[in-house]
Design a protein around this ligand. Structure first.
Ligand code: 5FX
Length: 526
């Protein structure tokens, strides 16, 4: 383990769906240590699959809260055994899977304040939760509650204007409403409700840590303009909810939520001066971990594709999500997620390019921008926006056709995916153009031919940035940002600079402007 002794160290944790991960960096952003505990394999007694329990109705998805506590015990023991010197850590922060909620039973605060360093956390906190199974972001069981909340505030658009999103099943306010309706006894015995992020910070502080604005934006409860709980939303979701949530706080910017608790000082050797900076959601933390500049658009090309935007101003809408920005609380970040990403590209690669990415790339270079007017839409699974499934192909006259040649099919899948990413990003406030840096990450970002199409469709230069574990790394950067108050660009000074790999081909702007109008009309028909 490379630990440099001279300079300060920052720790970033990621309480994600399948594991807890920790990264340590020094003042130059050099990674000194990494470790992880995987729920399914390291804690088999909880019998999770992918870190979750999918209930018989298939739409209720939970995770045992105590499993996360036990995983932290294991992780810190493992790091200590490796010889890591916790006394060098100046500050910690981290991330949690967004939207998940933790219900602390009346009396839990007292337990948290008196933890015995001789015993692991899970032994001491086993009776501290009024709801043993935390609903997580994969849960889709709250459609009724979403409708009730939207109706209570005056419709889905009004909810989006207040909270940054229409009613989404996984959003925490709707989950809390369901618990208050279906488990009223457990709800009334709850003294505090945390998000996964503020729950993790709570463990480190040995006292309730507040919810930060950025992750708080994933609840359908926070007024993202005024940065306070929306009274109308609180009222619709549960009694005395303001009290149970505590006041929300800025995500960072010289804001720390407390000192590390004595428990960690005595058990692991942390310095009593070590600060805990507010934890946030995994997506906001990933934005920070990619060390973006204001105005960047991040396109993550993975199993599902996600577009993150750093916005100075936000535009309410029914698609996608707006969060308060985790780096500058006066700004916003948008997130739009598409289910049909790499798996669809891989299917077409198998069917049309004999399973070879080289052949796939050759198909792209042998077909012109705009694909001679052919457009295909490929939703192998039900897409999020639009809510549609199936494949449709149209020729240059806008007529439906049964099939395309393999080369045309390869270009068609990429062009339509990137046109959709661009269209929904523009709807959420992105203004694309040569001034926008598009930062590509994720599996498909290693294919230059794919990135050239991305650059042409967005009419913007594309940079690659290979940052594994960006959420945990974002925790390190946010910890440093939170306690030093440096400019974020200074905080991330040692971060590897993104490399420009594609610039728009001459003529692409006009071609894709036209195609984007056609794509929009065809998508509406689906
Ligand atoms: C975002 O809205 C999501 O629901 C997911 O990306 C979770 O944050 C995954 F942890």
């Amino acid at each position: 383990m490379a630990q440099d002794t001279g300079s300060g160290v920052y720790l970033g944790f990621d309480f994600s769906t399948q594991q807890i991960k920790v990264i340590a960096v020094n003042e130059d952003s050099k990674v000194l240590h990494e470790a992880a505990v995987k729920f399914d394999t390291d804690l088999p007694e909880f019998k999770t699959q992918g870190g979750a329990h999918i209930h018989d109705d298939k739409v209720t998805v939970t995770a045992p809260t105590l499993m996360w506590v036990k995983a932290l015990d294991l992780l810190l023991d493992q790091v200590k055994t490796s010889g890591f010197d916790f006394s060098k850590v100046l500050a910690i922060s981290g991330a949690g899977q967004q939207h998940g909620s933790v219900y602390w039973k009346t009396g839990a605060q007292n337990t948290l304040r008196q933890l015995d360093p001789v015993k692991p956390l899970h032994q001491q906190l086993q009776d501290s939760f009024s709801v043993a199974d935390s609903p997580i972001w994969m849960d889709a069981s709250t459609t009724t509650q979403c409708q009730q909340l939207e109706t209570a505030v005056g419709g889905p658009m009004r909810l989006a204007e207040i909270t940054g999103a229409r009613g989404f099943e996984r959003y925490t306010g709707n989950q809390i409403m369901k618990i208050s309706q279906t488990q009223p006894d457990a709800y009334s015995k709850t003294e505090r409700i945390s998000l996964v992020s503020s729950f993790a910070a709570t463990l480190f502080c040995g006292d309730y840590a507040p919810i930060d604005y950025s992750d708080g934006s994933g609840m359908n409860l926070l007024d993202i303009v005024n940065k306070s709980w929306s009274q109308e939303c609180l009222k619709a979701c549960g009694e005395n909810l303001a009290e149970k949530l505590g006041e929300p706080v800025p995500s960072t910017l010289l804001w720390y939520v407390g000192k590390i608790s004595k428990y960690f000082v005595d058990r692991y050797g942390f310095s009593p001066a070590c600060q805990v900076v507010a934890f946030t959601g995994d997506n906001p933390a990933s934005l920070a971990g990619l060390a973006p500049r204001e105005g960047d658009a991040i396109v993550s090309l993975g199993t599902s594709d996600t577009v993150f935007l750093w916005l100075n101003e936000q535009k309410a809408g029914l698609e996608g999500h707006i969060f308060v920005n985790p780096i500058d609380p006066m700004d916003y970040m948008a997130l739009v997620c598409f289910k049909n990403g790499s798996l669809t590209r891989e299917r077409i690669q198998k069917e049309c390019a004999s399973g070879s990415w080289n052949t796939f790339s050759s198909c792209l270079t042998s077909t012109p921008m705009g694909n001679n007017g052919n457009i295909g839409i490929y939703f192998d699974t039900t897409e999020i926006q639009p809510l549609a499934m199936g494949t449709s192909r149209f020729n240059s006259n806008g007529e439906k056709v049964e099939s395309f040649s393999p080369e045309v099919e390869v270009r068609a899948v990429l062009e339509s995916q990137f046109l959709a990413r661009r269209m929904y990003a523009e709807l959420r406030g992105m203004s694309v153009g040569p001034q926008t840096r598009v930062l590509a990450t994720g599996g498909a970002s290693s294919n230059k031919a794919i990135l050239q199409v991305l650059s042409d469709v967005f009419n913007a230069p594309v940079y690659v940035t290979d940052v594994p574990n960006s959420a945990a790394l974002g925790g390190c950067y946010r910890a440093k940002h939170g306690v030093t108050g440096m400019n974020f660009s200074e905080v991330v000074k040692g971060h590897p600079e993104p490399v420009c790999v594609a610039t728009p081909t001459k003529g692409s702007a006009e071609i894709y402007q036209r195609l984007s109008e056609r794509y929009k009309a065809l998508e509406q028909q689906m």
